[in-house]
Write a protein that binds this ligand. Sequence first.
Ligand code: FAD
Length: 386
Amino acid sequence: MQAPLTIIGTGMAGIGLARQVRTLDSSRPITLISADSADDYSKPLLSTGFAKRLPPHKLAARSALELADQLSVVVRSSTRVDSIDCAAHELVLGPERLPYGNLVIATGAVPVPPFSLSEQLAGRVFSINDLDDYRIFHAALESLGRPARIAIIGLGLVGCEFANDLHAGGHSVSLIGPERALLPRLLPEPLGLALGQAFLRAGMHLHYGRLVTAIHPAGEDVDLTLDDGEGIGADLVLIATGLRPRVELAEAAGIDAGPDGIRVNRYLATSVENIHALGDVASVDGINAMYVQPLQASVKALAATLTGNPTQVRYGPWPVLVKTPLLPVVSLPPIHEQVTWRIEADGEDMTALAEDESGQLQGFALTGRCVRRKVELARSAPPLLG
Ligand code: FAD
């Protein structure tokens, strides 16, 4: 009989792995442990829920109980793993010690706020990185009982998607960040500015090139001060200034990890025997993609490995589809920085090709009607992890 499998984390990585292992092995004991509610949900849908006015329960495909029942697994929700004792092969959960056979760490990534926030701002300043966060923000919006003024800090994928979604849900949105255009890590500047034009036309307020230097409660309002002295009043603030892999558990246990994540090889094996990692917390052969397709490829490879068929993961040239219906965006950022961007534009319909010295396609970015070209271009681009 195979050793019992214990998975820390019930995001798409943890639950995806349990599901895949179960299809390959119907009897192996599997335990999933999660600090959150352990509901089974798709994280990318969080930034589409406000336009459709979806209450949180509509975003959960199944509860932790239903999940346990469906997969014949043990699910321990609202249970934080405090530490991993690699020598004893045990997890420490408060006063309890839980033995493991094979351990998989799928603890995801955590939002990084730009500065520490005073307790007086609790209930007014948020980040949304899981379904529990969505529940809390949704409740704050509902309690206003009217369209809200929302300031979003951060011009990346999460900030832009929530900006578009909350705007579509009838709220007034201000978007603030230090870069000169939207989606700075995914788009060359002209395309980021085109997305900005679409947001401006829709009535959003954009503050490019600006840092938020202070946030204060002011009566019922929250006041944000920008580095040029401008003040912005809001009902609620959403922080979307990036995510960092949650590596603390691994680091404290002596597992090789760094700011890029827990370091694993292509078998998703960490530096410690019988411990694997995948999803947003894992840096696979030096790459931490933090997107769904690499995560799903990792799930398949690791499930095969854990059921007796050692399999290396590979990532294809998978573009990211940004959910900004005001101007659709697709991006496959080049892995190497030594590229020249060649941009063709017809209004806001833009194609940007990142080429190396020999003219070989290394990545691309598309907006508007040009997003149709994603499949054709991806065929010519190099794999993320070949
Ligand atoms: P998580 O979902 O973060 O799960 C981590 C789990 O670990 C949680 O269950 C947590 O409770 C648990 N945990 C952490 N620490 C402990 C502990 N000490 N003890 C017990 N449990 C613990 N990607 C795309 O490809 N396309 C998209 O369109 C897209 N849209 C997105 C939209 C938003 C708003 C966000 C935030 C992300 C989006 N992404 C998208 C990224 C994608 O959703 C993530 O890459 C993916 O969901 C990460 O899953 P995960 O399981 O690795 O981590």
